[in-house]
Ligand binder design. Structure first.
Ligand SMILES: [Zn+2]
Ligand SMILES: [Zn+2]
Length: 354
């Protein structure tokens, strides 16, 4: 050791020194890159299998979950640059996993690499969502209904399915759960944990399918000096298609076209068209759906009526010809309206234009 040369203040070595005036070997002995406890605690809800991470419940695969748990408790020297973390996991049983955690990085240009072994332990803890569900908690009911006619099972399923895809598309929230759901007379009810969710899903339905919604609040009690209310939203999907026959002022009309303010309808019995508002339309009912109407061959005709074979019982029946019949049609479209076959004018083909 010669005077004047820099040397390690710990061991006196004149090897390369770090900023702290100690040699690399002493620096490594005195410095810890990272600390990790011998066990790490995780929580899983036994009912829905969601996992708790950084104070939030959610679904994770085990690799991601272990990584998150390690990152939550791993302490790193705050001077570290170029930090690298690698995790190898070895499952011991359903609740315990051995993790080998390799940590590397540079402190004051000295390279460090450490390997920790820890056990990730998963304990049961019922999540707030399941706690509320178990307590039969709910805030809102969304009633799926229709105007015009009853929705088919398929149509109800389509509406119901939008709930799942909508829920996946928004940020999770422990209140966003279904308390109960099921078919009721005239529709389907969804009882939900959150008013906000009920409202936002209804908006989604309105955007996707049109229609109207109505909110009612009912007071169910008081808590901390404030009224506790429950929200009911009745969503009505317009159940009409082009070509459907509706009844308005005791006459029958077919829906001819959709316009911004509502449909254009065309009378069945004579050459007449008019417009309806959406609200007017909601007050009408569908008497014969387009997909229940049939094209049948004319077996015999005179000037006012035609004979055809009733496909229900193979009997020959007579129907009045539509007002726009020109004597040349061999096929007519018929629909059962109020238990009677009615021949439809050829709407939409441009032959009923004013
Ligand atoms: Zn030294
Ligand atoms: Zn749960």
């Amino acid at each position: 050791m010669s005077l004047g040369n820099a040397f390690c203040v710990v061991c006196g070595s004149e090897d390369e020194l770090t900023k702290e005036r100690v040699c690399v070997s002493c620096f490594k002995k005195r410095t810890t890159l990272s600390k990790l406890p011998e066990t790490i605690q995780g929580y899983r809800c036994p009912k829905c299998l969601m996992l708790l991470q950084l104070g939030k419940w959610g679904h994770h695969d085990s690799t991601d979950y272990h990584e998150g748990l390690v990152q939550e408790v791993l302490e790193i020297d705050n001077r570290t640059c170029s930090l690298g973390i690698g995790i190898l996991s070895e499952e011991i049983d359903d609740r315990n996993t051995r993790l080998s955690v390799q940590v590397s990085g540079f402190i004051d240009d000295v390279e460090f690499e450490e390997i920790h072994t820890t056990i990730a332990r998963i304990s049961n803890s019922v999540c707030p969502t399941c706690t509320r569900k178990a307590g039969n908690y709910y805030e809102a009911t969304v009633q799926l209904r229709s105007s015009g006619r009853k929705l088919t099972e398929n149509e109800l399923n389509t509406l119901r399915k939008t709930f799942d895809s909508y829920l996946e598309s928004i940020d999770p929230d422990p209140m966003f759960f279904i308390n109960t759901e099921g078919k009721v007379t005239g529709g389907y009810d969804m009882v939900l944990g959150s008013k906000a969710l009920a409202r936002s899903w209804t908006k989604h339905l309105l955007r996707k399918f049109g229609g109207t919604s109505k909110e009612t609040n009912s007071v169910v009690g008081r808590k901390d000096g404030e009224d506790l209310t429950r929200l009911t939203i009745s969503y009505r999907k317009p159940a009409f298609d082009l070509g459907d026959v509706i009844r308005k002022q005791d006459r029958y009309w077919q829906i001819l076209a959709w316009q911004k303010d509502g449909p254009v309808i065309s009378a069945i019995d004579r050459h007449e068209r008019t417009g309806l508002t959406w609200r007017d339309l909601e007050k009408t009912s569908v008497e014969c759906r387009i997909n229940e109407q049939l094209d049948v061959e004319i077996l015999k005709r005179d000037t006012s009526a035609a004979e055809f074979m009733d496909p229900n019982d193979w009997k020959v029946r007579t129907v009045s010809l539509p007002y726009d019949d020109d004597g040349s049609q061999t096929i007519i479209r018929i629909g059962l309206i109020a238990d009677e076959w009615v021949a439809m004018p050829r709407i939409g083909g441009g032959d009923t234009d004013e």
